[in-house]
Ligand binder design. Sequence first.
Ligand code: FNR
Length: 183
Amino acid sequence: KKYKIAVIVGSLRKESFNLKTANAMMAMAPESLSMELLDISGLPWFNEDLEENPPKEWVDLRKEIKAADGLLFFTPEYNRSVPGVLKNAIDVGSRPYGKNSWDGKPAAIVSVSIGAISGFGANHHLRQSLTFVNVPAMAQPEAYLGGAADLFDDKGKLINASTKDFLKSFMGAFEKWVHTIAK
Ligand code: FNR
């Protein structure tokens, strides 16, 4: 079976190191995983007042999440937490009440930061929300990429060899995680 993986990147900027890391990992996807970026850039803010007549972007996002067998998150760290755009996507996907689109999907998290703490705070805040929306996030190995500004060339390609090797082994573990948990 081929498993569909929704790749969710918590940065909207063109030159995002998280996006570059996501692209590098998508390029190393194993045969059994088909990976696709989920676009959250135009997602309207969650507002319960809109629930009865939800914006098309919410409906589309929920459909795309439901269609995925697994989730791969890339998160920057903003003020020791996840960026608002990523939290908003989680909130939109979790509603309406009783129709949580994330429910049960196996996930993994990669935090990417230019700093030395490597997005630890964001990585773990994301785990807190994922636990509540019933997303089993792979516990080990963990992926904290720090010093991200030095890992890529000027075309956005991942050039750091040990990072590449690490991400390959991380992907191998994620593949097993998906095979074990996905329905
Ligand atoms: C940051 N950055 C940051 N880095 C970090 O390691 N811990 C932090 O708490 C923060 N806080 C923070 C807040 C805001 C508002 C911004 C804009 C940035 C720096 C961050 O790691 C850097 O901008 C990354 O390049 C963001 O990821 P992308 O956009 O490259 O994927």
